[in-house]
Design a protein around this ligand. Structure first.
Ligand code: F6P
Length: 549
């Protein structure tokens, strides 16, 4: 698609940014704020319910203009439009990339290979809604006639992280009488802990796998079936009442023994890490109900439309993507922290890790040439205020450039115990304090003025100048969650477009899978060790000895 393009780092727009970076030198955020009294209100955007403050970034009007020129020169908008049109922009897998169709309204038209996919999307959403209501109302019963009270989602990667994350985020909207568990790890401990206190007669397993071939998921699903049949002392006909599948692969679902009538379908144009708003979200829909799920999809759609139509200077995903490119290329930033100030967002950053790192962890461009510029950063972070008492030290006073996103909410979640509501202001005071401290720091003069002994002044000085984005919303609703996820999805898209990489394949996960298959018989039967390198062979031998084999 981009064949013949000038290499990114030889583009005049790139060179101009490099020169501009040199001119900016060690310019401090203190100076930028002093020079413009309006900076804190001018460098902001409102997108739906999300208020974005990007004033605490190491940028000027000129930087932003140069970054937008880079976006224009790399034709981010062209690739974006091709994505929305359903073109096969995932070239290495020859697939369209249409997660945006999953949240399109019923009357929208989105074509893949000349066919409108929106009616199919809504047919599956309707089927999910009907099923969710049957579970929530108690109408759907297990094999013995007991109502379902426990829902166990078995999946991994995009078939786990999305629903598991969103269930936590929206916990205050969930049906509290139902128990939800998420099993992903092939380590049997995961399934063991998930089912050990459950009554199989009241348990529904949702087997979530796009391909229905992923070894972890199929192994856990097989063990779950065994657990259910053994503990209920029933035959395989009980499976129909206790297992449903979410997949693109009807044949494999059927081979596993799940009736395809109990399968909720999605399509190969939905990437795993972009799939929790498809059938993969069934557990979430059961938890929050179809109406809340729709509110979430509408939140996604709002940001899709913003990304598709907002002009470059007011386009939030474009801006966030460009800022990441800026720090990676010209400040040697290797990582990006996402620091939500909400306990409910405890799995949010883990979810973003897959979204960002599986998408943009690439080192060849779309034509297969090695890139000689930074691509995706290491994404990490946990909710504040916990991190403040752990690793923030390094962000404040370490040697690394770590751009960070701070995400917070003006109101505590609905239904919080009244006595706990005042704690929200303390939480948010920390939220604002951290970005202030990171940006402006504390000068040696300020430290000295507090009477600190000379030898301690360097230790108590905060250099500041650490870039952050603040994202503030009124409250944490299903729609706001959809808006946030779509914002990050499109940010990742923008960066992939600029770096000229395929953000929608994931070949890097394949090698380990193939090698694990070869190593398993070495561990279990002691066969094939001679084909391994000396380190792995010795380790496998050691393992066998420790296992008493
Ligand atoms: O790890 C690779 C990967 O293919 C992810 O992209 C995907 O989300 C995950 O495995 C699970 O795949 P599946 O849904 O096909 O089981």
């Amino acid at each position: 698609m981009n064949a013949g393009k000038t290499r990114l780092n030889r583009m005049p727009e790139w060179t101009a940014l490099g020169k501009h970076r040199e001119q900016l030198g060690a310019t401090h955020l203190r100076e930028l704020f002093a020079a413009d009294a309006e900076r804190g209100s001018r460098y902001t955007l409102q997108v739906g319910d999300l208020y974005l403050d990007y004033s605490k970034h190491l940028v000027t009007d000129e930087t932003l203009a140069l970054l937008r020129e880079l976006a224009a020169a790399t034709d981010v908008a062209g690739l974006r439009d091709a994505m929305f049109r359903g073109e096969k922009i995932n070239t290495t897998e020859d697939r369209a990339v249409l997660h945006t169709a999953l949240r399109a309204p019923r009357d929208a038209v989105v074509e893949v290979d000349g066919e409108n996919v929106v009616p199919d999307v809504h047919a599956v959403l309707d089927k999910m809604a009907a099923f969710s209501e049957r579970i929530r109302s108690g109408e759907w019963t297990g094999h013995t006639g007991k109502r379902i009270r426990n829902i166990v989602n078995i999946g991994i990667g995009g078939s786990d992280l999305g629903p598991a994350m969103a269930y936590e985020v929206l916990r205050s909207y969930t049906e509290r009488d139902l128990t939800f568990r998420f099993v992903s790890n092939v380590d049997g401990a995961d399934l063991h802990e998930a089912v050990r206190d459950l009554d199989p007669a009241e348990t529904l397993f949702i087997i979530a796998s796009k391909t229905f071939t992923t070894i972890e998921t199929i192994t856990n699903a097989t063990s779950a079936r065994e657990w259910l049949l053994t503990n209920l002392r029933v035959g395989p006909d009980a499976v129909a009442k206790h297992f449903v599948a979410l997949s693109t692969n009807g044949e494999k679902v059927s081979d596993f023994g799940i009736d395809t009538a109990n399968m909720f379908e999605f399509w190969d144009w939905v990437g795993g890490r972009y799939s929790y708003d498809s059938a993969i979200g069934l557990s979430l829909m059961i938890a929050i109900g179809p109406d809340r799920f729709r509110e979430m999809l509408d939140g996604f759609h709002l940001v899709d439309e913003h990304f598709r139509t907002a002009p470059p200077e007011a386009n939030a995903p474009l801006l966030l993507g460009l800022l990441g490119v800026w720090y990676g290329a010209f400040f040697d930033a290797q990582s990006h922290a996402v620091l939500p100030y909400s306990h409910y967002l405890s799995k949010f950053t883990a979810y973003l890790q897959q979204l960002d790192m599986e998408s943009n962890g690439k080192s060849v461009d779309r034509d297969g040439n090695p890139v000689d510029w930074q691509t995706g950063p290491v994404v990490w972070g946990t909710p504040g205020t916990n991190g403040q008492h752990a690793y923030y030290q390094l962000i404040h006073q370490g040697t690394k450039v770590i751009p960070a996103d701070f995400i917070g909410f003006a109101k505590p979640v609905p239904g919080l115990l009244a006595g706990l509501v005042p704690q929200h202001d303390l939480l948010m005071a920390n939220f604002f304090a951290q970005t202030q401290a990171l940006a402006f720091g504390k000068t040696p003069e300020e430290v000295r003025a507090e009477g600190v002994a000379d030898e301690l002044v360097p230790h108590k000085t905060f250099k500041g100048n650490h870039p952050t984005t603040t994202i503030l919303a009124e409250d944490l609703t299903p729609s706001v969650l959809g808006q946030l996820i779509a914002l990050y999805e499109h940010k990742v898209f923008v960066q992939g477009a600029i770096w000229n990489i395929d953000s929608f394949d994931q070949w890097g996960v394949e090698l380990g899978k193939v090698l694990a298959k070869k190593i398993e018989p070495v561990l279990t039967e002691g066969k094939g060790g001679e084909q391994l390198d000396s380190s792995t062979a010795t380790l496998a031998g050691k393992y066998r000895t420790l296992r008493g084999r």
